[in-house]
Design a protein around this ligand. Structure first.
Ligand SMILES: NC(=O)c1ccc[n+]([C@@H]2O[C@H](COP(=O)([O-])OP(=O)(O)OC[C@H]3O[C@@H](n4cnc5c(N)ncnc54)[C@H](O)[C@@H]3O)[C@@H](O)[C@H]2O)c1
Length: 252
């Protein structure tokens, strides 16, 4: 099988100012891919760009709130203006509820906030990425879902619904655009050691760790490895699916 060349291609990663997104951006850059670092957090985004440049890579920061259609469209146009195309897009920006709470106690404001970033944000990014990828004759998209896109996460109904939504959108978009030469998949990690998880109270962290038969949380670089595989030609037959990265949680 012919193994692809990454070098000189163009990737876009949302939520790349931190955690998993930063690890994905660094993984692309490590292969010589030019990376658009996208986030609402300017300081963190610029730090990711600095890390890429220190390692000899090429990167640009684009500030964008993925909840907003005007900003998302302008961000995609900005990447194309800079480098002419988008070969890979990782729609990773996401938020979690700070504390667990049962479904009947979820207020609509929390529901709206989580849906706006986790589901509407992925919809808007994919829409404009796909329009560009159709024009250029193909591309690969990886959405950051979660184990909560496959099973229910206790005390996190809005987050669980948003990530199940990401899985539905991934499957539907993959089918709609299979004949455009675009592959669309998702990654479904269990707990990964990032700032999102660090903000949980220590007793919650310990409880979560105890749910992982492997005995630890995952590392952001382990998620980045799956994104790279899905973007590579080695995953050429994969579309409309989710890669579960769970330290054995699903087998509990
Ligand atoms: N950490 C985990 O355990 C875990 C597990 C499964 C899935 N995930 C998913 O992985 C993704 C990344 O999570 P992480 O753990 O790296 O979290 P993180 O908080 O470290 O990073 C999330 C990034 O998204 C950005 N962001 C938030 N709202 C945004 C918006 N409206 N527009 C643009 N950017 C925005 C933040 O500024 C931040 O840089 C999320 O979608 C999350 O749901 C995380």
């Amino acid at each position: 099988m012919k193994i692809m060349t990454w070098s000189g291609n163009v990737a876009l990663v949302t939520g790349a100012a931190s955690g998993i997104g930063r690890a994905v951006a660094l993984a692309f850059a490590g292969e010589g891919v030019r990376v658009a670092v996208v986030d609402i957090n300017t300081d963190g985004g610029q730090e990711t760009v600095r890390q890429i440049e220190r390692a000899g890579g090429e990167s640009v920061f684009l500030k964008c709130d993925v909840r907003r259609e005007d900003e998302t469209q302008a961000m995609i146009e900005g990447v194309v203006k800079e480098w002419g195309r988008i070969d890979y897009a990782c729609n990773n920006a996401g938020i979690h509820n700070d504390l667990p709470g049962v479904m009947a106690e979820v207020d609509q404001d929390l529901w709206n906030r989580i849906m706006a970033v986790n589901l509407t944000g992925v919809f808007l990014c994919m829409k404009y990425e796909i329009l560009q990828m159709v024009k250029q004759g193909g591309g690969v998209i990886v959405n950051m879902a979660s184990i909560a896109g496959l099973i229910a996460e206790p005390g996190s109904s809005a987050y669980t619904a948003s990530k199940h939504g990401v899985m539905g959108l991934t499957k539907a978009a993959a089918l709609d655009h299979i004949s455009d030469g675009i592959r669309i998949n998702a990654v479904c990690p269990a707990c990964i050691d990032t700032p999102m998880l660090a903000s949980a109270p220590e007793e919650v962290r310990q409880y979560l760790k105890s749910l992982h038969p492997i005995g630890r949380f995952g590392e952001p670089e382990e998620v980045a490895g799956s994104v790279m595989w899905l973007c590579s030609d080695l995953a050429g037959f994969a579309t409309g699916t989710g890669v579960a990265l769970n330290g054995g949680v699903l087998f509990n």
